[in-house]
Each structure stands twice: as C-alpha cells, then as structure tokens.
Design a protein. Structure first.
Lengths: 278, 408
C-alpha cells in the first residue's frame, strides 16, 4: 500500500516537474515566435494550405519508402492514386513491389474496398481494421478514407511567426493550431501546422492526441512549382510512439484537376488489373 | 496475576444469561466472518483458475513492452535452450508458444477484423482449455491451412464448416500477407468480445503467414501452484531477463478480472467490518453494565488496597475472555463447515449453471480456508474487543473508593 502511495507521489512529482519543464519549453518556444500581423486570418491560411495539395480531381503517382527496425533494407511501395474529392471517392493501384502489384483500393463513401489479385478477391475493409497499417507503412487505412477536412472540421488560431520552422530552415512560417470541432469525425486532439508566409504552402504538421501528447509529425519538402502552386514532393511521416519507424512518400507525378472517367471508381475497375496509366 | 485472571473469569459468569447472549452474538459474527472469507477466497480462486485457462495462462512470457503494443516487433526467440529451461522448471505445469497479430478475415466480400492466434495444438492443451471449447466441427489438428473461428465471428461472416476464408494482414517484414484457410470448427468463448474476434490457426501456419521465422509473440504458462505465481514470475523474469523476456502475470493481462476481485473483496470486508463493530458494541455494553453494577464492589477492593492498574487489567481480561470464548466456539463451528465445502464443492444447477458455463466457470459453491485468513480474522475480533473494553476498564479503575462505597 505504502509503495503504491509512494509511486503515486513520485508520479505526481514527476508530472509536476514535467509540467514545469514543458511550461518552460513552451515559454521559450513562444519567445521565438514573432507576433503575426493582425490582418492575418487563420482560416484563410488553412484554406490556402489545404488547397495547395488538393483539387477536385487529383491524379498522382508516388513511391513510398518505409523504414523500420524490423527491416535491413527499407520497403518500397509504388502506387498511383485517383481522387474525386466532391464525390468522396478515390482509387489506388499498387504498382510495386512485384508481390503486391495490382492490389487495388477503392473508396466509395463510406466504404473501403480492397482487391487482392493473387487470390482474385475483393474485400471490404471493416471498421475494426481502420487503424491498422496501410501496406506496412506508418499510414493507416483510416488515413486513406478519412472524410474530415482540415478546413471545415477544425477551428484555427494563429500563434505567431516562426523563423526556423521544423524541417525547413530559412523559411518563415505562420504557426497555426487546428482544434477539431466537438462532433468532427477526427482522431486528433490538435494539429499544429507551419504555413509558409511567402507562398502559403504547408511546411510541417504535428499531430497531437486529446491529452496533448505529440503522436506523429509530418514534414513537407522538395517544393516544386506546378500550376502556380509550390507543391511539396516529399512527405515524411514519423510516428513518435514507435521508435525507428518512418514513412517517406515521394511524388513522382501529380496532376491537379485531371480528367477522370466515372468507371475508374468501380469495383469492376478494381479487378481490371490495368497497366500503368502513363 | 493468578488472582486477576480468577476474578475476571468469575465476573464473566456473574450474569450467565447476559454473557451467554453476548457470546452468542460473537459466535455468530465469527462464523460469518470465517465462512464469508473462505467462500470468497474459494470462489475467486476458482474464477481465476477458470479464466486463465480460457486464454492467458497464469503467466505470459513476452517482450517487456508487449502488453502495450502487441505488435509483431515485440517477439521472442523460441530456441531449444529456452524450451529445455521451461521443461526443467518444476513450478511450470505447462507452456504453450503462440504467434499472434491482427488480420482481416473475409468470406467473399464480407470481412471482419480478427485476432489471429497461432497455437501448437498439443502444447496448447497443457495450458488452456481452448481445444475443449469447440462449438461446431473440431479444433485445429496441426495440418496446414486449417482455421477455427470464434462462433460469433463465424456467424458474422456467414461461414459454415468446410468453407474457405481469406486472411489478409501485414507480416513482420511489413509485406502484405494473404492466405486461404479452411474453416474446420468454431469456438464458444466466455468473453463475447473475444468470440467475435478470435481466429485460431496452427503455430506453423501463423509463423509462415506473418513471416516470423522461429520467433513467437508470447509463451503462455500454467503454474503448478497458482498461489505461488508471483514467486514463479520473479524467478523466470530473473533468469530470462538477458534474453529480453519478461513474465507478465494474469493480473496484467486481464486487469478487469483483478479489479473485479478487488471490488468484490472490498464490498465483503466492508460488510464484515460493520458486523464486527456491532459485536464490539455488544461487548462494550455487557462489560460496561458489569462495571456499573459492581460500583460498590470495586470501591471495596480499591479501599482494601487493590491497585487501579489491577482493576483495569481485570476488566480488560473480562472483555477479552468474552471475545475469546465467542471466538473459540465460532471457529470450532466454522472451520469444519469451511473444510467440508472445500473438499465437497456443491454444484449449482439450473439456469445459473448454464450462465456459468457460458462465462467459462463451473458454478460451484466452494470454500478455501487459509491459515493467514483465520489468524487475521481472530486477531481482528480480539483487537476490536480490546478497543471496546477500553472505556469500561478505564471507568472502573478510576472509581474513587469513598464515593463508590457511599453510593450504594
């Protein structure tokens, strides 16, 4: 009994030290932030940042590089993706590695279907599997089908301007906190985003749970100009609760407002193991 | 000294009817305390015993952070040396290696998330009763590509015995893993949550499916003596620490059962505490009455030169004797009853038994008498009697001879 009490006491002590340290850290972090001009609107920033990676119909080809302490060499997965945002539907086809080539994912709101060519089966991914890893990466199935919008499901607040945003030294960025609405279909307690002052592109995002613990960080890099946007071609996701894990997505090709036929988003198309589009 | 004891003993029987009633109340309380504690010890032990044999075993050998993450990364090497070590430990009644992770089970387009458990069918029998819980069909035999599903999982998928299901998951190598399995049976499990998600395959198939090589996720272990689980855990953790293996107890694996037992015990001890307090007031009442009606007598003995300390001891002894007599009779009645039900558990029939069967418990009324509980209960009752005697004893020793003699 006394040991438990002592444990609780030392836990409380540790917690208060931690609190003090984090307050100090927050204070010093805050100290480096410059005040943002008063006419900067957080929502406008969020809209521009979200718009910079999205269009109504987006096609992309990408390579995913997965690092894990389990692996001697990183696992590489190449895929193509078609997204029809207004209709809440998307289609993904795995191209590499050879073992998984042809595997397809079809999101038709609110379902996610998966096609496995080796056994010629189309399977609906059940809700209980949503938080499982997607293709062995640090992304989950939920990341694929999430309907929430960083614009509409969150309140936004500008904290200030950071001169050394994480992952992008030399840029200046607005630091914006996204706080989810009460009933929003969101798994995060908070998202902190760094948005480039010059071009409005997202540079980095940190994801927190409801207790304020940082769970994962997403870093954007390799910005290239495309259709008047500076599009990050390198997305690096690091889960903070799993040591040594990292997933890097490199965009090989991206096309905004791409023409798309309706029959892309059908179960028939899943089974039609189409060759590369281009 | 002998005089004080004799005085106290005579005073106890000064009013036999009053004393008899108080002793009877004490006997009743002692009977209730000893039997309740023995009953709850017996029932809880049985409950734990039945629960650990559903799935977990007394101890789970696994990586230190296994319980938090339960991912394939927290695996352990099962080599011949480890197997020899477990075989050579007499406190280990049985041990069963498992490979376990999440996967998707699907039949046609219908699919469910499942906890895939790869077991060695022979070894598993030495730890759990999984193989006896078959509802339809049979358990996995060790032949390849056989799968046994929780009955609810099978129903949700619309699967019949003999059907093929597809398993899809992420292997240790982070590659996609998929394989077709033939359903050979279904399992009835006490926890609906488990029955909705459990899918059992052979250890060999699971290791191949998840590309685990000779690593396993956990080793479930049955202790030869359930009461010495903690000692076994300490011993195993010490010898296996340098392999990066920790022994987790069933309390860590099934915290909800531990909490249930704790709450159940707390409720029982609260009831018993109230009962003991009522008995204490009975003793207080009896002794106080005896002191008050002997005011003159106490005055005389004090006037004759008996020291107040002696008077205090006499009255104290009186109440302890009251409690001790009650305790002795109570224990003499309770112990045989408790021992009887310890060796002759009573089976409960009817709906209750059906309910018990569903939860994986044999519905038995059985007791377990533990010396420590017996000693604890006795000391508690004597202690409470001692506290109750404090006020009358103090009052008696402080009587002033002159006033006392004049009063009656």
């Amino acid at each position: 009994m006394t040991r438990e009490i002592r444990c609780v006491a030392s836990g409380a002590l540790a917690a208060s030290i931690l609190l003090a340290v984090s307050i100090a850290a927050a204070a010093s972090a805050r100290a480096e932030l410059l005040p943002a001009p008063e006419d900067v609107d957080a929502r406008t920033l969020a809209r521009r940042a979200e718009g910079s990676l999205r269009s109504d119909r987006t096609y992309l080809a990408a390579r995913m590089v997965i690092e894990s302490p389990r692996l001697t060499a990183p696992r590489k997965v190449a895929f193509e993706s078609w997204e029809d945002a207004p209709a809440k539907r998307s289609f993904i086809r795995i191209r590499e590695p050879a073992k998984d080539a042809g595997t397809g994912f079809l999101k038709l709101h609110p379902n996610l279907w998966m096609y496995i060519p080796r056994v010629e089966r189309t399977v609906r991914v059940p809700p209980s599997m949503m938080l499982q890893s997607w293709m062995g990466s640090d992304f989950t199935n939920d990341d694929l089908v999430r309907e929430s919008s960083e614009l509409d499901d969150y309140d936004h607040a500008v904290l200030g301007i950071e001169t050394e945003p994480p992952g992008s030294p030399g840029r200046r960025a607005y630091v914006v906190d996204y706080i989810p609405h009460e009933e929003a279909p969101v798994v995060w307690g908070k998202i902190r985003a760094w948005i480039d002052i010059e071009n409005g592109m997202p540079l980095a995002q940190d994801f927190f749970d409801e207790d304020g613990e940082r769970l994962r960080e997403l870093r954007f890099g390799d910005f290239r100009e495309l259709d008047g946007r500076h599009v990050p071609h390198r997305w690096e996701l690091t889960p903070l609760d799993k040591q040594g894990h990292k997933t890097l997505i490199e965009l090989l090709e991206i096309e905004f407002d791409a023409p798309m036929k309706d029959d892309v988003f059908t179960k028939r198309n899943l089974k039609r193991n189409v060759k590369r589009r281009r | 000294m002998g005089l004080e004891w004799r005085l106290a003993w005579r005073n106890v029987w000064r009013n036999p009817r009053r004393t008899g009633l108080t002793v009877a109340a004490t006997v009743f309380a002692v009977l209730l305390v000893i039997l309740s504690v023995a009953l709850s010890t017996g029932m809880h032990d049985k409950m734990v015993e039945d629960s650990v044999r559903v799935h977990s075993g007394h101890l789970t050998l696994a990586a230190p952070d296994y319980l938090e993450e339960r991912s394939l990364e927290q695996s352990l090497q099962l080599d011949a040396a480890l197997a020899r070590e477990l075989e050579a430990t007499p406190e280990v009644r049985g041990w069963a290696p498992r490979v376990t992770s999440f996967a998707l089970v699907s039949k046609q387009s219908e699919s469910q998330g499942a906890l895939v458990l790869g077991v060695d069918p022979e070894r598993e029998k030495s730890v759990t009763t999984l193989a006896e819980r078959v509802k339809r069909g049979r358990f996995v035999s060790g032949e390849s590509r056989e799968i046994v599903l929780g009955e609810l999982l099978a129903q949700n998928l619309g699967v019949e015995i003999g059907d093929e299901v597809l398993l899809f998951g992420v292997a240790y190598s982070l590659e996609s893993a998929y394989e077709l399995f033939r359903v050979v049976g279904t399992l009835r499990l006490p926890e609906p949550q488990l029955e909705r998600s459990l899918a059992v395959v052979s250890l060999v198939d699971a290791a191949e499916f998840f590309v685990m090589g000779d690593r396993v996720s956990e080793i479930a272990l049955l202790a030869a003596n359930a009461g010495r689980t903690q000692q076994l855990r300490a011993a195993l953790s010490a010898t296996l620490a340098d392999r990066g293996i920790l022994a987790h107890t069933w309390q860590e694996v099934m915290p909800e059962l531990d909490v249930f037992i704790l709450l159940d015990d707390a409720a029982m001890y609260l009831t018993l505490a109230i009962l003991v307090v009522v008995v204490a007031f009975g003793i207080l009442n009896t002794v106080l009455m005896a002191v008050l009606e002997r005011k003159r007598e106490l005055g005389v003995v004090l006037a004759l030169g008996l020291r107040p300390g002696s008077v205090l001891r006499v009255v104290y002894l009186e109440s302890l004797m009251l409690a001790a007599v009650g305790l002795a009779i109570g224990a003499a009645l309770a112990i045989p009853i408790a021992l009887y039900f310890q060796h002759n558990p009573v089976e409960v029939g009817g709906d209750f038994a059906e309910l018990g069967k569903f939860f994986g418990f044999e519905m038995l009324i059985l007791t377990r008498l533990e010396t420590s509980n017996l000693v604890g209960s006795s000391l508690t009752i004597l202690g409470v009697a001692a506290i109750a005697a404090f006020y009358p004893a103090l009052k008696a020793s402080r009587s002033r001879p002159v006033e006392a003699l004049r009063s009656l």
